[in-house]
Design a protein around this ligand. Structure first.
Ligand code: HEC
Length: 700
């Protein structure tokens, strides 16, 4: 009964904290500067469940060990308050690590403060009513609290209580720590693989923060890799081998913290065509940081004999000074079918970045003619940006805002925040862009000429706190898909509409990723709004080490770059392959005894070749073909399953097929293909999918 009352107090505190959390700073700003967090109703329910569960256990333990809480008693209330502190720490850490909610430290700490306040209040009232000497009782509580501090358990509980704070501080200040925590958090979330895995695409080669890759336009056996700190490398594809450095402007790029660095690369449409004067030309969009001064720069380079010669060929097109934070630079460079260069640029954390665009190039897609040769289609720019300099390109005569004084002529679309990655759909010509959002929404947009994507007054589908301007330029367009931040899906990386034949299930779908979780998703690319997407795969590096780009090659290969740790070659170029084509996380086969006629390795190969496509490499019943069968497959990892099925039944099913044990005929018979020893070996292997089962019991 008393425990119910205690839990009720906790519940009241949670509701109070919910009401107060955006009005009261429970954590003073001088302790930690907290990021803005938007948590949703769903998150709120999760918080209630975690807190009540932890406190239910805690109050029960306290009651059993120390007797129930006597609210009028000072010593008993001291126990309660220390218990509350411990329960708070455990709840906070569990919520942070094992749940997917957007974690709001102010709200969580608010719950702790208010719970303690309510318990105190009950103590004050109870001791008042018990008519003992009220003041001495209050005094006893204070001295009890202080005395307890000098006991071993008191010190331990205080350490426990501040540990979430220490964790939060480390999480925002130490990237390595944040990355490890993110890894654990994603591990705790449902793993939603659907038959694909990612493998190193270049023979195991590692890179220093690879940002993107591009196939050589004329030689598909050469792959260009752009490294964030300012190098362009070319390697054999798919062999990898020795990398040749095409360009090295690391000195010019400077500091690559925040979102700085070499962001986008595009080949001139005539790259590799020997008769063209632009045969060796490519374009690079990068940030340059010198003495604290930051510039977004677009330049043209010509591939030379050496990397140094290439660097000397630099012809700048745009030099745009920006705020010193280093965030929101955009990054994509793509040539359209019209031969013009499309460049995605972020709002640069400028206070009016996406609003005042009459003299600045920020927060949109720019479209320029890098050749100026087709004079009938373009003309030189008529004005310069207020700060910085543009040169060596022309303005297409059909740019949508050419005659709008309030917008620079370069704009092709506006109202974007940080359009980091984008690509044209070869079939429809639509320009698909992933627009990285602020604290709540991530957007997938199909960007069209003259479109206004509504930042900063609308994000996702919801108005922000910034008022809609009196005059909105361009045609307002909503995203085709928008997702709300969770603990680990929080920065979209735009991909492409898959046009290859290799993965029929993905054909014609839009493939994109989240940088933070490194999860890859697909959605219909019909141009209609979509409310749900399907998971494809998760890369092995998360958070700031995670996915930087997604690319499809001419042969249908899908490549993904992951950054890895900064300052060390730990980034990868990964290739998507079907689950059963990879030698994945199959448990190491145990020795089958010295007299085993077939080796464990051979059994493992038999399983991979014959069984994994349905039963899954990990024996989880989630192989790539499992979805087609319309019968649930057994989960070989489950101890319940293993103990329910005896050796003889398994043997009969494998030899004679499913119907032999009244199971689905979709389990083929293998008697004509496998020897008795092989069947026995396979059963032993299946037994070992159950992590609790070390032996091969039943196999004899
Ligand atoms: C085409 C898909 C497919 C392939 C390939 C396949 N299985 Fe199965 N398997 C099934 C289905 C379907 C079931 C039965 C599900 C049911 O009806 O409950 C099953 C059931 C089983 C069972 C469970 C028997 C029991 O009594 O619960 C075992 C063991 C098994 N398979 C082993 C294997 C082995 C070993 C291989 C490879 C040599 C293999 N399977 C290949 C589809 C497949």
């Amino acid at each position: 009964m008393r425990i119910i009352f205690q839990l009720l107090l906790v519940l009241v505190a949670i509701f109070l904290a919910d009401i107060l959390q955006d009005k009261v700073a429970f954590i003073p700003e001088f302790i930690v500067q907290l990021p803005e967090v938007d948590y949703t109703r769903r998150d709120f329910h999760t918080v209630i469940v975690y807190f009540l569960a932890v406190y239910a256990v805690l109050f029960t333990l306290q009651t059993v060990w120390l007797g129930g809480w006597r609210p009028g008693s000072a010593p008993s209330t001291v126990q309660q308050l220390y218990g509350l502190a411990a329960g708070f720490a455990v709840s906070a850490i569990l919520i942070f690590i094992t749940s997917a909610i957007a974690f709001d430290p102010n709200f969580i700490v608010g719950i702790a403060v208010l719970t303690a306040a309510l318990f105190l209040l009950v103590f004050l009232v109870a001791s008042w009513m018990e008519d003992t000497s009220w003041w001495s009782n209050v005094g006893a509580l204070c001295t009890g609290m202080v005395r307890r501090l000098f006991t071993v358990s008191g010190v331990l509980i205080v350490l426990l209580a501040v540990s979430p704070g220490i964790m939060a501080k480390l999480y925002v200040s130490d990237r390595a720590f944040a990355n490890y925590v993110t890894q654990i958090r994603i591990w705790f979330s449902h793993s939603d693989q659907s038959g694909y895995v990612l493998v190193n695409a270049l023979g195991g080669r590692l890179f220093t923060q690879p940002m993107m890759v591009r196939s050589d336009p004329v030689d598909a056996a050469r792959l260009y890799v752009l490294e964030r700190h300012g190098r362009v490398l070319v390697l054999d594809y798919p062999g990898g081998g020795e990398a040749q450095v095409v360009l090295d402007i690391r000195d010019e790029v400077g500091d690559v913290e925040s979102e700085n660095g070499a962001l986008g690369l595009a080949f001139h449409p005539q790259f590799g065509q020997p008769e063209s004067p632009s045969a060796g030309d490519f374009f690079l969009y990068y940030t340059s940081v010198h003495d604290g001064q930051q510039v977004n720069r677009l330049s043209r380079f010509t591939v030379g004999e050496t990397a140094a010669v290439t660097a000397q060929s630099e012809v700048p097109l745009m030099q745009l000074p920006r705020e010193p934070s280093g965030f929101h630079n955009g990054g994509t460079l793509e040539f359209g079918a019209d031969g013009f260069l499309y460049m995605a640029i972020g709002e640069g954390v400028h206070p009016k970045g996406a609003r005042d665009q009459s003299q600045t190039l920020r927060g949109g897609i720019l479209r320029i003619d890098v050749d100026c040769a087709a004079s009938a289609r373009s003309r030189p720019p008529s004005r310069q940006p207020a700060a910085g300099k543009t040169a060596n390109y022309c303005i297409p005569l059909d740019n949508p805002f050419l005659h709008v004084d309030e917008l620079m002529e370069e704009y092709w679309a506006i109202g974007l925040r940080n359009p980091y990655r984008g690509a044209f759909d070869q079939n429809t010509g639509w320009f698909w862009v992933g627009d990285v959002g602020s604290t709540q929404w991530e957007e997938i947009n199909v960007v069209r000429a003259g479109g206004n994507y509504q930042f900063p007054f609308i994000e996702g589908y919801e108005p922000t706190t910034i008022a809609r301007p009196s005059q909105v330029w361009g045609t307002e367009r909503e995203p085709l898909y928008a997702y709300v931040h969770t603990a680990y899906d929080r920065a979209v990386v735009g991909g492409f509409v898959y046009a290859g034949e290799q993965f029929p299930a993905l054909k014609g779908r839009y493939i994109f990723a989240d940088n933070y979780s490194s999860r890859v998703f697909s959605m219909p690319a019909t141009g209609q709004r979509v409310d749900a997407v399907e998971p494809v795969v998760t890369a092995n590096q998360y958070a700031q080490r995670g996915t930087s780009s997604l690319t499809q090659l001419g042969n249908g290969d899908i490549l993904l770059t992951t950054l890895g740790r900064s300052g060390a070659a730990t980034g990868e170029v990964l290739r998507l392959v079907p689950d059963d084509a990879a030698t994945g996380p199959l448990p190491a086969p145990a020795a089958t005894g010295t007299d085993a006629p077939v080796t464990a390795q051979e059994i493992r190969e038999l399983y991979v070749a014959n069984c994994a496509r349905c039963h899954g490499l990990a024996g989880d019943g989630q192989g790539p073909d499992a979805g087609l069968l319309q019968v649930p497959l057994p989960d070989f990892r489950s101890p319940q399953y293993q103990s329910a099925v005896d050796f003889e039944t398994m043997r009969r099913v494998i030899v004679e097929g499913g119907p032999a044990a009244n199971l689905s005929p979709l389990m083929p018979s293998w008697g004509h293909l496998l020897t008795d020893d092989e069947v026995v070996g396979l059963i032993r292997l299946i037994r070992q999918f159950d992590p609790n089962n070390e032996s091969d019991q039943g196999a004899g």
